[in-house]
Design a protein around this ligand. Structure first.
Ligand code: MEZ
Length: 560
């Protein structure tokens, strides 16, 4: 669907201001960034995290009274999907040394390192191996490996600044110190990073970075990394077995409280299966498919917070989940592509963000939360009311991609952003000539399960890595630190889980007592709804039909 006449008249305004904006950029003149003290009022007034009534206190579990998004609380205050009395744990369906739950970047890196450290591994995943947010990540992976220009020290400071200075310092230190090695590890396994002719890696700025340290593979960095590590894991077939379409629904603890496996649910046969293991790594990713506050999302279909639900029930506290990341630039037109990520790399390459008058209103490389809040302020009728109206009644702002060819040479957009160039071409839009219409989209779960820098949770034998965890990014993650996070902490979790499996001795009797206790706690707290969790897959049915089905009134009672 090419741009209709109703939008073309607004595009003309962008074209009218473009030559002058490009000249200013060439002279090195930037739109002024907000000062630190100017950020707070915009965030408080326009960032979705601050909207009254969108969060509530959790009534049960280890982080009782912590206030997080209603959609997350709904899942944490839900009973298990299965009847814990009806699952036979006396005969495991599978046995292994390390069970990895989730097969995205963190899970796959964990599996490889666990296998390389001598453990037999089962990877259980809800969909296919690699169906994960890692696969969909576009713009890059940060690492301070350009000697002389950058150092992990600057990387560390950028992360703290972006995260509002509340990040867990040990996790941040572990992330930045390991980053250069991770780039080498990936490259040695075959990841094709974008390079200059002399073989040095290309690096760019991201929002909130003081150095160009974003390594990338065009605009498909996550897919390139995921493909590489998936191949590597598959090459360890003697040590790593992958079970697809079988999400975990609850962890299993032994009678001493140690994690000793999980119950999986076979999506094809609707059967429950017990995988017994000596250690477990949770790497189930994020929760964009909860569509918090009704936002569209960049996330893959399976991102429904399952790992948080299971580990929370087993006693692992959560933190930093009160902040949610809305990526500033998601597609808002054409409607068929709604929510899809438009990488920050476009802004890193110089593309301006513009309002309905074709005017710049924000520096394009603010930290993500600030950038998103400024865009919402521009679009919102309660804000400045300068959004571009879409044919479907929404509002967006322009991301002026054609500037990039004018700044960096004809053909740059096609070459550096092939993923988006091809996507928009399918709709009859050439993003080297016309800008893209964008709006903030639900992108990342800043917080999650509490871990230390060995990826240990408070439950012995239970490790966690990647988006399911909280702490390293504080209250706002910067671009390119998620791909880094999944690989750094995935590797650490895998290696430590293997070591634990070797040294911790035989687990005791497997049990689901903690699930029964949690169900009971929900009843005691007077939570009446018949909700069950994990959600496993998002439900896009008509809400009325869904309500009838969930309460069991229309189609009989649910299985738990
Ligand atoms: O880290 C991310 O979320 C990322 C690289 C996204 C992007 O804009 O491309």
């Amino acid at each position: 669907m090419p741009y209709p006449e109703s939008l073309r008249k607004f595009i003309e305004k962008v074209e009218a201001t473009r030559p002058e904006r490009v000249e200013r950029k060439k002279r090195g003149e930037e739109f002024p960034a907000l000062k630190l003290e100017e950020r707070e009022p915009v965030l408080k007034a326009f960032h979705p995290d601050f909207i009254d009534g969108t969060k509530r206190k959790i009534k049960v579990g280890p982080s009782k009274n912590y206030s997080v998004s209603n959609e997350i609380v709904d899942l944490l205050e839900a009973k298990s999907r299965m009847n814990p009395d009806a699952v036979d744990l006396s005969k495991p369906d599978f046995e292994t040394e390390v069970l990895v739950i989730g097969a995205g970047g963190a899970g796959t890196a964990a599996a490889i390192l666990a296998a390389e450290n001598g453990a037999e591994v089962i990877v259980a995943t809800k969909l296919r191996h690699g169906d994960a947010n890692t696969m969909m990540a576009e713009g890059g992976i940060q690492a301070a490996d350009k000697v002389g220009k950058d150092s992990p020290y600057y990387h560390y400071l950028d992360i703290l600044g972006g995260g509002h200075f509340v990040n867990d310092p040990e996790l941040v230190y572990t992330l930045v110190i390991n980053a250069p090695d991770v780039i080498k590890w990936l490259e040695n396994m075959g990841t094709s990073f974008s390079k200059f002719r002399d073989g040095t890696m290309k690096t760019m700025h991201g929002g909130g970075t003081c150095r160009k340290r974003m390594h990338y593979a065009a605009d498909i960095t996550g897919a390139e990394i995921m493909k590489t590590i998936r191949d590597e894991a598959r090459n360890h077939e003697d040590m790593i077995e992958v079970i697809e379409f079988c999400p975990a629904v609850d962890l299993v603890l032994d009678d001493g409280g140690r994690c000793t496996g999980a119950v999986l649910y076979n999506l094809e046969t609707a059967e429950y299966m017990f995988v017994k293991s000596r250690a477990v790594v949770i790497a189930t990713g994020g929760s964009g498919r909860l569509h918090i506050q009704g936002f569209m999302t960049t996330n893959h279909y399976g991102a429904t917070a399952d790992g948080i639900v299971m580990a929370y029930r087993a006693g692992v506290p959560i933190s930093f989940l009160h902040t949610v990341q809305y990526h500033p630039t998601g597609v808002v037109f054409p409607e068929q592509a709604e929510g899809i990520l438009i990488t920050e790399k476009f802004r890193g390459a110089g593309a301006n963000i513009l309002n309905v008058h074709g005017r710049q209103f924000v520096y394009e490389r603010e930290p993500r939360d600030v950038e998103a809040a400024c865009i919402i302020r521009e679009c919102s009728p309660a804000g400045r009311g300068n959004g571009v109206p879409t044919p479907t009644g929404k509002f967006g702002v322009w991301l002026d991609s054609p500037m990039i060819d004018m700044l960096k040479g004809e053909g740059t957009v096609r070459k550096e952003f092939p993923g988006k160039h091809i996507l928009f071409r399918r709709f009859g839009i050439d993003i080297a000539r016309d800008p893209m219409l964008v709006h903030p989209t639900l992108h990342y779960q800043n917080g999650g399960l509490d871990i230390n820098n060995k990826c240990e949770t408070c439950v012995p034998g239970l490790y966690a890595a990647g988006e399911v965890t909280g702490g390293v990014h504080g209250e706002n993650r910067l671009m390119g630190n998620s791909l880094l996070d999944v690989i750094v902490f995935g590797r650490i979790a895998g290696a430590n889980a293997a070591e634990y499996a070797r040294s911790a001795g035989e687990p005791g009797k497997p049990s689901l007592e903690h699930v029964k206790r949690y169900n009971h706690e929900i009843e005691e707290a007077g939570i009446s709804e018949d909700r069950i969790a994990p959600m496993l897959l998002p439900d896009y049915r008509n809400p009325e039909v869904k309500k009838k089905q969930l309460t069991g009134k229309e189609f009989g009672t649910l299985s738990w």
